[in-house]
Design a protein around this ligand. Structure first.
Ligand SMILES: Cc1ncc(COP(=O)(O)O)c(C=O)c1O
Length: 436
């Protein structure tokens, strides 16, 4: 296996395997394989742009969380933060591997239920849930609603006609070291209530005949690489009071670039559980909600090069772009890109890997080392398994890419590519003869 051999001179293959899916390697002629299937075959069969997931590595990562948390804290549960990859096929895997799921509103709830997720394993989030969404959650019989604010309590007072488990989201006052748009636990957060307002909301829930107040929830943010911050949040939340359940959110970061290092799942769990032992009641139920750290490394995006321009700088343009990698604009996330069918050639050129959307900010990778690119080459962006598919959009008429899961030499389609007919479907009212 090439992944186990020393990297050829002039490449960064050594660092590359760390950010590619666990089950990635290359053929002897330098074609990237994921889950035993060559990217050339995937591109041929499913087209590009394509989200490709290593299902074996994904399931292994889930087990690290599920087994690791249970081994450290018996009364616990791992909730998959499904916003990171809300795909029916992913909800199925989550359920099969022993994860509960959290959904952020009605759309993710519908997807989870369609996948057959047991409602007793679903938690619902959202800082602006509507009556309709709360009704959907209550009718489905989901396990827990995570209440964000007192308006939501007004709504629940009107809607509840039987007992419902609730957690209250609180703001722990921890400023996570991450991009500002991903920090959610600081004093100015729009999510949850500050600690000094939590008491009144809790009293309301405790006084209501159908509200079963179970405990508190926090989430300090996403793409956090310092485990001490999770421990700090656990310590802060303990000051709210002594409850039956503490949900300490998600947020563990992953390595996106050759130079980045991310904590291992085990180190993260050690930090969270040590803080729980030191600060929380010993008989409390402990919940965590990882998203990115479950699916991020398992997925890559596969593109085909459409244009190569050398105009002072080298622009390698691919058949997708910002529309399917929104977090580049939203959080300035940095990625790497490789020529996935020419891995063993010396990486002698530094390329601006750009997309096809009409923005200069549609720069997928600023300075990617690769062999001199040609039209038709396959480009892979590693570590795009979280938040890429879900944030993809139709800017410039872009179509949402397909998702493929690969395991043991076989690939299966999990979500089909959007079509131009899909794009037109929502505009049917304006195309009806009566419209003119
Ligand atoms: C409430 C909540 N829980 C969990 C997560 C998952 O975070 P991450 O994907 O960083 O693990 C998020 C996402 O930001 C969130 O808002």
């Amino acid at each position: 296996m090439i992944a186990n051999r020393p990297a050829p001179a002039g490449t960064r293959l050594g660092e590359l395997w760390r950010i590619l899916p666990e089950e990635a390697t290359a053929t002897d002629d330098g074609v990237l394989e994921i889950g035993g299937v060559a990217v050339t075959e995937l591109a041929e069969r499913f087209g590009t742009p394509l989200h490709v997931y290593d299902e074996v590595g994904l399931r292994r990562q889930i087990r690290r969380f599920v087994d690791g948390l249970h081994a450290r804290w018996a009364d616990s549960d791992v909730l998959f933060a499904s916003k990171s990859l809300p795909a029916v096929g992913m909800y199925r895997i989550a359920q099969e591997e022993g994860l509960s799921v959290d959904v952020a509103g009605g759309g993710e709830l519908r997807l989870a239920l369609a996948a057959g997720v047991d409602p007793a394993r679903i938690h619902m989030h959202g800082n602006a849930k509507t009556d309709a969404e709360l009704r959907m959650a209550l009718e489905a019989g989901i396990d827990t609603i995570i209440v964000d604010n007192e308006d939501e309590l007004d709504r629940l007072e009107r809607l509840l006609d039987r007992p419902q488990k609730l957690l209250l989201r609180v703001i722990p006052g921890v400023e996570a070291k991450t991009h500002a748009s991903q920090a959610t636990g600081g004093a100015s957060s729009k999510f949850g209530l500050p600690l000094d307002q939590a008491e009144r909301a809790i009293a309301r829930m405790q006084a209501h005949r159908f509200m079963r107040f179970e405990g508190v929830h926090l989430h300090i943010g996403s793409q956090i690489l310092d485990t001490a911050q999770f421990a700090e949040a656990v310590a802060k939340i303990s000051s709210v009071g002594s409850f039956g359940t503490y949900d300490v959110g998600g947020g563990l970061g992953i390595a996106y670039t050759y130079d980045e290092q991310a904590p291992a799942v085990e180190d993260y769990l050690d930090a969270v559980v040590a803080a729980a032992r030191a600060n929380l009641p010993a008989d409390a139920r402990l919940l965590i909600e990882p998203g990115r750290s479950i699916v991020g490394r398992a997925g890559v995006t596969l593109y085909r090069t459409t244009t190569v321009k050398r105009t002072g700088r080298t622009f390698v343009a691919v058949d997708g772009g910002l529309a399917d990698q929104m977090d580049i604009a939203l959080t300035q996330q940095r990625y790497e890109a490789i020529l996935a069918d020419r891995l063993l050639e010396p990486w002698t050129e530094t390329a601006q890997v750009v997309g096809r959307q009409c923005e200069s900010g549609d720069l997928l990778v600023d300075g990617a080392a690769m062999p001199p690119a040609r039209v038709g080459d396959l480009v892979v962006m590693p570590a795009t398994g979280a938040y890429a598919y879900t944030m993809s959009n139709n800017y410039n008429g872009a179509l949402k890419p397909a998702i493929v899961f690969v395991a043991d030499g076989a690939a299966r389609l999990v979500a089909r590519r959007e079509t131009y007919d899909d794009l037109l479907a929502t505009h049917a009212p304006a195309m009806a003869p009566a419209f003119a």
